[in-house]
Design a protein around this ligand. Structure first.
Ligand code: BES
Ligand code: MN
Ligand code: ZN
Length: 493
């Protein structure tokens, strides 16, 4: 991970320098120093490029003089409209302009310690790379930057403000690593092992294997996994951030549940070949829950949180579940499996039932790459939010705007629920094409036992084909920042 070092604002004599420029501002502070040390080269370049500090715009000046290899100016837009998210994005733009430099400094003079820490977080988040399997990349093609010096007046306060952000960034990186891994490496057992590594952060981790799941009665989840030689796991992670720190656990735990289908072929209802490789990231909901637990523990969040993930591989084989099979879920409700490709809801049904029975949480939020239909409805801009609790839904919507991981609320009601009536069992696992994401959510709702609950359908958000300010293309870790904000804003009193 990119190292961040906060230091006093002194003009560097070499390397790259980042300037953060508010819209229409005149040079001050380090910007003014750099401009006069380069005999006005920076101002001349801004004029030539028409750079005014508009939000998200950048201007790069190579070898401007004064020993600097490059100046990267990042527009902040109007300074009085600056948000935490805007600061993170500025840090991300800066990092994107710097990756070829060996040393770089960012002029954060004029920013508060908190603002500088937000810029640093954005830079770190953008610096992520998954290059574990590239053995032939030329050294000159690899990013050189390993440390970014943040030049800020109160560098001690900025260092302190950044410490929790670094914990969150590590959670985001863990989630991106898991989602990026190919399914031949990351099967359910391997994913459970990576959860066990979180014990190092003080998280309590339990792994349930196929024998225990059978004994407990996870019939819906086991039906999905029965076609694969890679056996299922359910992992229960607990972070005792409130009760573990002197505070009595007077409040109920918060619960987060993730769909962890390490590969989704569709099973016997097999998917077409084109694009099937994407189904390695059908565990992104679980990846987000694991990253979230790491983030909360990493920043020592003062909340009691449980994270549960259902890990299975959905394969066709001689032992695979057939269309028409009836399974008995942990809740006792029976399910007619019409389509073996609607497997995520079968996994979540048992894990959610187990969660509410065992923990009686304050609420449950599940994350799942559940339906292609949510991509048709909302594209790649919002995840679908379904909830039986308006207060929880509104907190999630606000956390979405705050974190940039945006949600859009979708409906639930009895009329949709009728679409999953079965002639021979308590329900069937598909409700036809109309409202496909909604009937999936109605299915899940039958396993929440009336507890406050929200379902996030993240199928359109887990993976991105384009770079964004605070992340390169690929795994997004959608949900980690969002739910970290939810916990921070409302549940760490
Ligand atoms: N994992 C898929 C959903 C998905 C599709 C995620 C595309 C990301 C990109 C899920 O298990 C699935 O196959 N859903 C089916 C449900 C249908 C059979 C009712 C779908 O969306 O087609
Ligand atoms: Mn599927
Ligand atoms: Zn799936």
């Amino acid at each position: 991970m990119l190292d961040i070092a906060f230091a006093k604002p002194v003009l560097p004599r070499s390397g790259a320098l980042v300037l953060l420029v508010g819209e229409g501002e005149l040079p001050t502070g380090l910007w003014e120093h750099a401009n006069s040390a380069t005999n006005g080269a920076i101002s001349r370049a801004f004029d030539a490029a028409g750079f005014t500090g508009a939000k998200g715009k950048t201007c790069t000046i190579l070898a401007p003089g004064a020993g600097l290899s490059r100046v990267v100016a990042v527009g902040l837009g109007k300074r009085d409209a600056l948000t935490r998210r805007g600061l993170e994005e500025a840090g991300g733009h800066a990092l994107a302009g710097l990756s070829r430099d060996g040393t770089a400094s960012l002029a954060a003079d004029g920013l508060s310690a908190e603002q500088a820490a937000n810029v640093a977080l954005g830079a770190v988040l953008r610096s992520y790379r998954f290059d574990r399997y590239r053995t032939k990349e030329k050294p000159e093609d690899k990013p050189k930057l390993t440390e970014l010096a943040m030049l800020v007046d109160d560098n001690a306060a900025a260092t302190a403000a950044f410490t929790p952000h670094e914990g969150v960034a590590k959670g985001v990186f863990l989630s991106r690593d898991l989602v990026s891994e190919p399914a031949n490496i990351l099967n359910p057992a391997e994913m459970a092992r990576r959860c066990e590594a979180l014990r190092e952060l003080g998280i309590e981790v339990e792994v349930l294997g196929p024998g225990e799941l059978q004994k407990l009665g996870f019939g819906a989840l086991l039906g999905v996994s029965q076609g694969s030689v890679n056996e299922p796991r359910v992992v229960v992670m607990q972070w005792h951030g409130a009760s573990g720190h002197g505070k009595k656990a007077k409040e109920k735990s918060l619960a987060f549940i993730g769909k962890g289908v390490t590969f989704d072929t569709g099973g016997i209802s097999i998917k077409p070949a084109g694009g099937m490789e994407d189904m390695k990231w059908d565990m992104a909901g679980a990846g987000a829950v694991i990253g979230l637990m790491a983030a909360l523990a990493g920043r020592k969040a003062r909340a009691d949180v449980v994270g549960l993930v259902g890990l299975v591989e959905n394969m066709p084989s001689g032992t695979a579940q057939r269309p028409g099979d009836v399974v008995k879920s942990l809740s006792g409700q029976t399910i007619e499996v019409i389509n073996t490709d609607a497997e995520g809801r079968l996994v979540l049904a048992d894990v959610m039932w187990y969660c509410q029975q065992r923990f009686d949480p304050a609420f449950m939020v599940d994350l799942a790459t559940l339906t292609g239909a949510i991509i048709i409805g909302l594209g790649h801009e919002h995840a679908g939010l379904f909830s039986n609790d308006d207060a929880l839904a509104n907190k999630l919507l606000a956390a979405g705007l705050d974190s940039g991981e945006k949600l859009w609320r979708m409906p639930l009601n009895d009329e949709y629920d009728k679409q999953i009536k079965s002639d021979i069992a308590d329900m069937k696992n598909v409700g036809g094409r109309p409202g496909g994401s909604i009937t999936a959510a109605q299915f899940l709702q039958r396993f929440v036992n009336g507890k406050p609950w929200a379902h996030l359908d993240i199928a359109g958000m887990a993976w991105s084909s384009k770079d964004a300010p605070t992340r390169p293309k690929g795994a997004t870790a959608f949900g980690v920042r969002l739910l970290d904000r939810l916990v921070a804003e409302h549940h760490e009193g």
